[in-house]
Design a protein around this ligand. Structure first.
Ligand SMILES: Cc1ncc(COP(=O)(O)O)c(C=O)c1O
Length: 445
């Protein structure tokens, strides 16, 4: 473990600097802008934006009296239910190889801490993987994805990176994949995942497959290619209630460890870390999560409606970016899109002096109150003009509006959503005014 602070003269006023996660930081900036009286369009925060289903709140209320800590890895009730959830998705699961925690984020952190060694992550990838690796004191190695298939490092480049690390006396021990992906909203193909599994076997890597958006693939008949199918002995799968059931604030997640020698050793480390950090997942949440993982019809219906709403709105937003001149890979899952303003680079430079993604998103925030995150927050080079757009907070300002959005035949026609979409187009048109090329002097005949 690295020392808290390398300086010998540590004082209370000199802690280790840890920046706020960019997703939370953009949210705070928007709150400030709103307070200053600016109209804001918050498309930066990865929140599902859907009310909690009342059946879930009833279960939570019924368990509110549970004040005991309970088992470190989570209750038998929750682990049985989560095992059933994965079995129904073609991944036979032993409840004894599951660990629940206060969200999947701390579980991912505990896994990285338990395994040690460098971590391969996709570029781009969700902000917290690399940040957590740095906190744990291991190196995040960023590996580009196959074009159009976010979330999974290109297997050939991963193999090269693992070989290069070995030659340099280092070891990549883990690769993290996101299926489907945040930030790109895409789902990698089975072929890519299978090839990744082969490379993981050749280089003895643990695969962590973050499948928190699994139930939000826009075409629900499309299978999610989990590496747990082709490399079950070395794949950990994580999930939570945060996205498909919009219960991020409830802080409950589950990790499915491989059953076998690797899984047993990992289980005992992760349990040890959990016992020292969070003791046990919150007891009332565990009861509600057990109910959720049992997938009663009313919750399945809610997930279906949410998936349809996310698909409609994120595609409508992608259309607006495309109309403004950005290049967009169509979102296939969840509620993110990742437009690329590279085709407008010359315009942006000429009109606004913009050279980097952060300059572009900074201008959108400061001048227009539009909150989005630059590609650099996801590990891409500073000059990339891509940005992650998360439109789910457009669904409404209160639960009445959000429920209306969930139930609408065409949610884009609801006045508050239509208004936000139009405001988005207005901002983009304003920023991306084409700069006229100087007209070449006409040759005189
Ligand atoms: C890819 C990904 N994994 C994990 C998380 C965090 O999940 P949890 O709420 O379970 O900690 C998020 C939340 O934004 C996410 O996008």
């Amino acid at each position: 473990m690295p020392a808290l602070n390398p300086s010998a003269t540590w004082s209370m006023s000199d802690p280790r600097p840890v920046p706020l996660s960019p997703t939370l930081a953009v949210n705070e900036a928007l709150v400030r802008k709103r307070r200053e009286g600016m109209r804001v369009l918050p498309l930066g925060f990865g929140e599902a934006g859907i009310p909690i289903h009342p059946a879930l709140t009833s279960e939570l209320a019924a368990a509110a009296g549970r004040g005991g800590y309970g088992p470190v890895a989570g209750s038998g009730e929750l682990r049985e239910a989560a095992a059933g959830y994965w079995c129904r998705r073609g991944l036979p699961t032993d409840p004894d190889f599951l660990v629940a925690g206060p969200g999947s984020k701390p579980l991912l952190y505990a896994l990285l801490m338990a395994v040690g060694g460098d971590v391969a992550v996709a570029s781009p990838s969700w902000v917290s993987y690399a940040a957590q690796a740095s906190l744990v004191g291991v190196e995040p190695i960023r590996i580009p994805t196959v074009p159009g298939e976010g979330g999974v490092p290109d297997p050939e480049l991963l193999a090269e990176a693992a070989t290069a690390a070995k030659a340099a006396g280092r070891a990549i021990r883990t690769v993290i994949v996101t299926l489907p992906d945040n930030p790109t909203g895409t789902l990698a193909s089975e072929d890519t995942v299978r090839r990744l599994c082969t490379v993981a076997k050749e280089h003895d890597l643990l695969i962590i497959s973050d499948e928190i958006y699994r139930d939000l693939v826009h075409d629900p008949s499309r299978p999610v290619p989990s590496p747990a199918r082709w490399a079950p002995e070395r794949t950990v799968v994580t999930t939570a209630l945060s996205k498909h059931l919009a219960a991020g604030g409830w802080r409950i997640g589950v990790a499915r460890l491989p059953d076998g020698p690797c899984g047993s050793a990992l289980l005992s480390s992760v349990r040890g870390i959990a016992s020292e950090i969070w003791s046990s997942p919150p007891a009332p949440m565990q009861h509600a999560a057990a109910f959720a993982f049992g997938e009663p019809p009313e919750l399945l219906e809610r997930v279906d409606a949410s998936r349809a709403l996310h698909a409609t709105i994120v595609n409508a937003v992608a259309d607006r970016f495309e109309a403004a001149g950005a290049r967009v890979v169509r979102p296939e899952a969840g509620f993110y899109t990742y437009p690329d303003f590279e085709p407008m680079r010359e315009n942006l430079r000429a009109a606004h002096g913009i050279e980097t993604g952060a300059e572009l998103t900074g201008m959108l925030l400061e001048r227009h109150g539009l909150g989005v995150l630059p590609a650099s927050a996801f590990g891409e080079p500073d000059e990339a003009l891509r940005m992650r757009v998360a439109p789910s907070l457009m669904y409404g300002e209160n639960d009445t509006q959000r429920l209306a959005a969930l139930g609408a035949d065409d949610p884009t026609e609801l006045p508050w959503i239509a208004d936000s979409l139009d405001r988005l187009s207005e901002i983009l048109d304003d920023v991306l005014v084409p700069v006229c090329e100087p007209v070449p002097a006409r040759a005189v005949a």
